[in-house]
Design a protein around this ligand. Structure first.
Ligand code: F6P
Length: 411
């Protein structure tokens, strides 16, 4: 049999490791012949843009470099499959391309929206008596997938956020004048990644002094009061702010968000820290800077967590085992079996319990005032950022895997 794997949604530092997990684990089983890669997620299967993974991963060097390369080797997409009862044509194209290539299993590495694709394809296959398996492999820096302890990609992003926060803290404290630095962190409607900034405290830092997550209502008035209070003690105030924090339009001077949505209806969120920067200037008048960590938090693989990368590869491999056991319509998930020492096992969970659903940061891990997180958040995140990759460098720069030939359908 042949199988196909694809990557979807926002990139991470670990998504290529999961691709390797699928490819390398498949290679251990005689019954799996070819592993195809679908270019730009599900779009590759719709338009017939497939590549034989053995043509692009040919050496041990390729494997090592892919493991340390952020982004997606196969490209990505944000594509929402229509309802198959209303628009079966797209599904027919996918199945035709699968049948043409003797593909009997589909592996999709992605987040909540990508699990929607797995769920819909699995339902279509079952409804039409098509013997093709569909298996999801989790991935997202947002860490917002239900049914799994955490998602591959989160640990590396959290390590980057905590490390960068520490560097920003050093830089921001050099002058004797009062200042405010507001750091905007990704995560959509959830504050997992923003909460990871609190990891600094394990090393005795007091920053970030204020942490605001998307899960709690936000008041600009309260924010200014919080900043004024902290500034009396620390002078240089460091704020961690979720990109998904919603500002009351009546309280702000200017809205920097584009107001646009992606295909799944998610708002493009960047800009909230800039709005707060304006408010601080108006209300406090001190030196203020807003910093958007932006895509660096999902592609800074030089700061990736070794544990994250190792687990990402492991869960990709586990997806192959699950498929060979006959599973379909599932997403692979981590279950934390012990805290000390940290240990996880991997299970297959019903993809219907994950698709389009969101796992919010627990409100019981947010302090009463809504401007900090509790120790539970730190205990949860700490094991996920452990270990450093042994990086291959070239001319003083981390070496990346770069495709030698263009992928089909890719410009
Ligand atoms: O879901 C991952 C994520 O990085 C979010 O944290 C962020 O809001 C979003 O993707 C950004 O989307 P895009 O990749 O389309 O810019």
């Amino acid at each position: 049999m042949n199988i196909v794997v694809a990557q979807s949604g926002g990139p991470t530092c670990a998504i290529n490791a999961s691709l390797l997990g699928v490819f390398r684990h498949a290679g251990k089983y005689g019954e799996i012949d070819k592993v195809f890669g679908s270019v730009n997620g599900i779009e590759g299967l719709i338009y017939g843009n497939l590549v034989n993974m053995s043509d692009i991963i040919t050496t041990d060097d390729d494997i090592e470099l892919i493991r340390q390369t952020p982004s997606t080797v196969l490209g990505s997409c944000r594509y929402k499959l229509p309802d198959y009862k209303k628009e079966p044509e797209v599904y027919e194209k996918i199945v035709n391309n699968m049948k043409k290539n003797d593909i009997s299993a589909f592996f999709y590495i992605g987040g909540n929206d990508s699990m929607d694709t797995v769920m819909k394809l699995d339902a279509y296959f079952k409804a039409n008596g098509i013997d093709i398996k569909a298996i999801g492999i989790p991935k997202t820096i947002d860490n917002d997938l239900p049914e799994t302890d955490h998602t591959p990609g989160f640990g590396s992003a959290a390590k980057y956020v905590a490390t960068t926060m520490q560097e920003i803290t050093r830089d921001s404290s050099v002058y004797s004048i009062p200042s405010v630095t507001i750091v905007e962190i990704m995560g959509r409607d959830t504050g997992w990644l923003t909460a990871s900034s609190a990891l600094l405290r394990v090393n005795g830092e007091s920053a970030p002094h204020l942490i605001y997550l998307s899960e709690k209502p936000f008041s600009c008035k309260q924010f200014i009061a919080d900043v004024k209070r902290v500034q009396k003690k620390h002078g240089a105030v460091i704020v961690a702010l979720s990109e998904g924090v919603e500002l009351n339009p009546d309280e702000i001077e200017e809205n920097f968000q584009s107001g646009k949505n992606d295909i799944f209806g998610h708002k493009y969120l960047a800009g909230v820290a800039r709005s707060l920067e304006k408010i601080v200037t108006k209300e406090i008048g001190c030196k203020v800077r807003s910093i958007e960590l932006n895509v660096m938090q999902r592609c800074s693989s030089h700061l990736s967590s070794k544990r994250d990368i190792t687990e990402a590869e492991r869960i990709g491999g586990a997806a192959i085992s699950a498929m060979l056991e006959g599973k379909t319509g599932v997403m692979m998930a981590f279950k934390r079996v012990s805290e000390h020492p940290y240990n996880v096992k991997i299970e297959a969970v019903d993809v219907n319990l994950v698709a389009n659903r969101v796992k919010y940061f627990p409100t019981k891990w947010i302090n009463k005032k809504g401007n900090d997180v509790t120790k539970d958040a730190i205990n949860y995140c700490l094991p996920l950022i452990q270990g450093e990759q042994n990086f291959r460098m070239k001319n003083g720069i981390p070496q990346h895997y770069v495709l030698r030939t263009a992928l089909p359908g890719k410009k």
